[in-house]
Each structure stands twice: as structure tokens, then as C-alpha cells.
Design a protein around this ligand. Structure first.
Ligand SMILES: [Ca+2]
Ligand SMILES: [Ca+2]
Length: 150
């Protein structure tokens, strides 16, 4: 089994933890899964899809705070960042959510971000060294993955 399949299979477990499937953590009105291993952003989309979830869309300050608090609590388990749904792959500077292609309704950019550094940064991560504020990074970088089921 590939590493990709393994993450997906783990998240697919059927035993409920609270009201969320095994491997998912209940926060606010959603269920979130954080991968242990790191993947490219396109792989992240597939991992979430394989778990009947979406790459996490964070739409409010309240949700962003809950998610960041949870991830901060696992800081030692975070290598450098966590992929979420937003991207400007189709049109530079036009930030949309992956599945719906709707424009972002909330952002938490770190200072001087998004900077499209090296003209290659089109995917959003929660960046560890800015205490999980948002950074645009190269979609082919390997980052952990945040999936959400509502
Ligand atoms: Ca960009
Ligand atoms: Ca950047």
C-alpha cells in the first residue's frame, strides 16, 4: 500500500470518535483530519477525497482560531506546515477554494504574504514558523494535510 493510500485508509475507519469518524477530530461544527505524513498539495486533495472529506476550507475567524489552537497543541508533530484548500493556480492573485472555485471569504495571511515567491507559490499552508498564520507556498512542496467533513 502506498503512503497515500495508507493515510486515506486510516481516515476511512468507521468507528466514531464523538460524532466524527475514526481519525477525525471534532471542532466547532466540523470533523477534521490531520495527516502525520507530508504530501504535495495535489496529493492532499486526493487524500481528503479518499476519506469522503475536502481539503479544509476555513471561512471564519472563529473556525481559524479553533483549527490553529488544535494544531498548536500538536506542534511537535508538525514538520513545517499544513495544506488547506485555498489556491491561485488558475489565475495569479485570484484566490479560490479548491472544490467550489469560490473566492476566499476569510484569510489570515502572515505578514508580507501572499508573496508568490519565485513566481511559484499558488497553494495555501498554515505555516508553523508564523504560528500557523497563512502562507502561499509552492504546491509541489510536501506539507501535512488538513481535511474537513461537515
Ligand atoms: Ca500565486
Ligand atoms: Ca509565500
Amino acid at each position: 500500500m502506498t503512503a497515500l493510500g495508507k493515510e486515506g485508509a486510516h481516515a476511512l475507519g468507521m468507528k466514531a470518535e464523538g460524532s466524527c469518524p475514526e481519525g477525525f477530530h471534532h471542532l466547532g461544527d466540523g470533523c477534521y483530519f490531520l495527516s502525520r505524513n507530508a504530501f504535495t498539495w495535489p496529493e492532499a486533495l486526493t487524500i481528503c477525497e479518499n476519506s469522503a472529506a475536502d481539503l479544509a476550507v476555513i471561512e471564519t475567524e472563529g473556525e481559524n482560531s479553533l483549527v490553529k489552537g488544535w494544531i498548536r497543541g500538536q506542534r511537535d508533530g508538525i514538520m513545517s506546515g499544513v495544506w488547506i484548500s485555498g489556491n491561485d493556480i488558475l489565475e495569479e492573485g485570484h484566490w479560490v477554494y479548491a472544490m467550489s472555485q469560490r473566492g476566499l471569504v476569510y484569510t489570515d495571511w502572515a505578514p508580507n504574504e501572499p508573496n508568490h515567491m519565485g513566481t511559484t507559490e499558488n497553494c495555501i499552508e498554515l505555516q508553523k514558523y508564523t504560528d500557523f498564520r497563512w502562507n502561499d507556498n509552492n504546491c509541489e512542496q510536501h506539507r501535512q494535510v488538513l481535511c474537513k467533513r461537515s
